[in-house]
Design a protein around this ligand. Structure first.
Ligand code: ATP
Ligand code: MG
Length: 463
């Protein structure tokens, strides 16, 4: 995926013991957006480590002094550790057990430290991105079910598809699905190209490729995106950002189904499926003269609109949230936790996410890390993370009506869940609350809200 190799927004906790390394670490990292925190005497805040990627640099002198056990540290804080050895240069890494895989000598140089930190940051990001990207596609709402039905209907056509929808709704996920479901092209490559990021003057070289020796520096032949996608799918993301002069060139290739590499006279015949995506309103761009009408009609043979998260409603919000939480917390830790509490699922359903699934994913990631580290659904901490996610976003007027419809569906579903749990527990409130993973007080509030009455004497409420 698209990862950057930058070290930024990182907290480094340094536990120096007798080694005197905090100032050296701070000096070496001074040119990055990194906070270096002396960790020897402080309690590390799980909220902060949930919000920013963190790693630790620990002197082995801390272990020698008996103040720290590696496994305890990692279990408590879940962050990677760089160890700083007891001796200058000539220490023998074989002396360390295999779990000490990131070791620097006591007299480490800035280049060595930065190299190690960069490697760990990349691993950290790749790991999170990979677990989240591989989580299942959630589509429980009616509108998403309808969309998947359309995907199934059109996946096997050879014609172009235009996928549109707000930012972060999952346009690329759907493009990938269209690719995988095509009997023939699905066996070939999926080549994603961000049309908003093509540097001026490089369009031809990137899209058409070049033959060997076609210009100074062209020492080997290079396949362009069109050729790379031959036999598979070319995914043109952010197509609305393609400048007009590049649109003409794209159109010509689509009409001829052939490209000619720069420096070559022979056109190469190509066979690929084109899927384009945009969060812009292309018909409006056509009206404004910013997008060619002929290209628009060629791309939008089939149009798929991805619903926003707000349109999908609580049922999808909660399912997506739960699925991301499960990926972040991990299966071993998840089984030791009670189910996601109702108040949290409710709060997620009530939050408006203008950045759609991606924004919900970010919130789930923060909450997941916090829960993993403290091993509980800590209401006070999680409310603060929720408040942070909600701080800048009023619900837009136009979707308010749909939100209300979704809310009442969600309420009905919740009422049934509460009733079923009461029945299953013979209407004993203590047991029902346990089954639902909520307190008796919250159960009581829900029963009042949904007008659920029973024969249980009022006195038992205050047991
Ligand atoms: N239905 C879904 N279920 C689970 N995860 C999803 C779903 N849709 C999208 N995602 C996840 O949400 C994130 C954003 O999806 P994606 O990149 O496909 O959105 P996009 O519409 O292309 O975003 P942008 O407008 O920023 O280009 C990804 O991590 C993706 O895996
Ligand atoms: Mg995208």
């Amino acid at each position: 995926m698209r990862t950057t190799a930058k070290i930024d927004e990182l907290d480094i906790y340094v536990w120096e013991g007798k080694a005197d390394i905090v100032d050296r670490v701070a000096r070496c990292m001074a040119s990055f957006d990194v906070e270096v925190i002396r960790a020897d005497d402080i309690a590390i805040s799980p909220e902060r480590t949930a919000l920013r990627p963190s790693l630790a640099i620990i002197s082995v002198s801390v272990i020698d002094s008996g103040a720290l056990i590696l496994r305890d540290w990692q279990a408590a804080h879940g962050m990677p550790v760089v160890w700083v050895g007891a001796a200058p240069r000539d220490h023998d890494p074989a002396m360390y057990p295999s779990e000490y895989s990131h070791i620097l000598p006591l007299d480490f140089t800035c280049a060595e430290l930065r190299g190690m930190v960069t490697k760990l940051v990349l691993q950290l990001r790749a790991h999170t991105a990979q677990t989240l990207e591989s989580s299942a596609l959630v589509a429980n709402s009616e509108c998403m079910q309808a969309l998947l039905h359309e995907v199934d209907t059109f996946a096997d056509c050879d014609t172009s598809v235009l996928v549109h929808g707000e930012t972060g709704v999952g346009k690329e996920r759907i493009a990938q699905l269209l690719h995988e479901k095509h009997r023939r092209y699905g066996q070939g490559p999926f080549v994603p190209v961000n049309c908003g990021a093509i540097p001026d003057g490089l369009f031809e070289s990137l899209f058409f490729g070049h033959s060997k020796g076609s210009f100074t520096g062209a020492v080997v032949a290079h396949k362009g995106y069109f050729e790379q996608a031959d036999g598979g799918t070319l995914f043109l993301d952010e197509i609305g950002d393609l400048p007009l002069y590049q649109q003409v060139k794209l159109l010509r290739v689509l009409e001829d189904s052939a490209v000619t590499r720069i420096g070559s006279a022979a056109p190469v015949k190509l066979d690929f499926r084109l899927v384009a995506a945009t969060n812009k309103h292309l018909p409006q761009l056509v009206k404004d003269g910013a997008f060619r009408a002929d290209l628009y009609y060629r791309l939008a043979v089939i149009e798929l609109k991805i619903p926003s998260l707000e349109e999908r409603g609580a049922v999808d919000k909660i399912a997506i949230f739960k699925s991301f939480i499960a990926s972040v917390v991990g299966p071993e830790r998840l089984v030791t936790l009670p189910d996601i509490p109702y108040w949290l699922a409710d709060a997620v359903a009530d939050t408006y996410f203008p950045g759609n699934v991606r924004e919900l994913r970010n919130l789930a990631e923060r909450i997941g890390v916090t829960v993993r580290q403290i091993g509980a659904w800590d209401a006070a901490r999680l409310h603060r993370l929720l408040a942070l996610a909600r701080s800048n976003q009023p619900v837009p007027a136009e979707s308010a009506a749909e939100v209300l419809v979704d809310r009442s569906k969600w309420d009905m579903a919740e009422r049934s869940r509460v009733l079923a749990a009461l029945d299953a527990n013979g209407w004993r409130r203590q047991d029902t609350a346990g089954t639902l993973g909520i307190s008796r007080k919250v159960l009581w509030e829900k029963m009042r809200k949904y007008q659920i009455f029973d024969e249980e004497p009022e006195t038992r409420e205050s047991e």
